[in-house]
Design a protein around this ligand. Structure first.
Ligand SMILES: [Zn+2]
Length: 91
């Protein structure tokens, strides 16, 4: 694993911890930093990271708190409080 990949992973962990502690703004900062590092180093973000964050507002999504999750036609639909929706196959 490269240093940049480790950094993205660490920021992902920090974002999760901040989100779990209800520090939403801090979690967003970690999410943005992880995205920036990935962009700069042309890394693709892990799927768990993509699914755990909002594309529009960078929120760390917490179902039941700042996001709603429902199943529709074999897809998982996640709606962030900002109104953004993400769909992915149920697996
Ligand atoms: Zn959002």
């Amino acid at each position: 694993m490269t240093v940049a990949e480790e950094r993205v992973q660490r920021l992902h962990e920090l974002a999760r911890e901040a989100a779990a502690a209800c520090h939403d703004e801090r979690a967003k900062r970690y999410v943005r930093r992880a995205r920036r590092v990935a962009e700069r180093h042309r890394l693709s973000l892990p799927r768990e990271f993509e699914r755990f964050t909002c594309d529009r507002c960078d929120a760390a999504l917490r179902p039941g708190k700042n996001a709603r999750v429902r199943l529709q036609d074999g897809h998982v639909v996640v709606t962030c409080d900002c109104g953004n929706q993400a769909r992915y196959p149920y697996d």
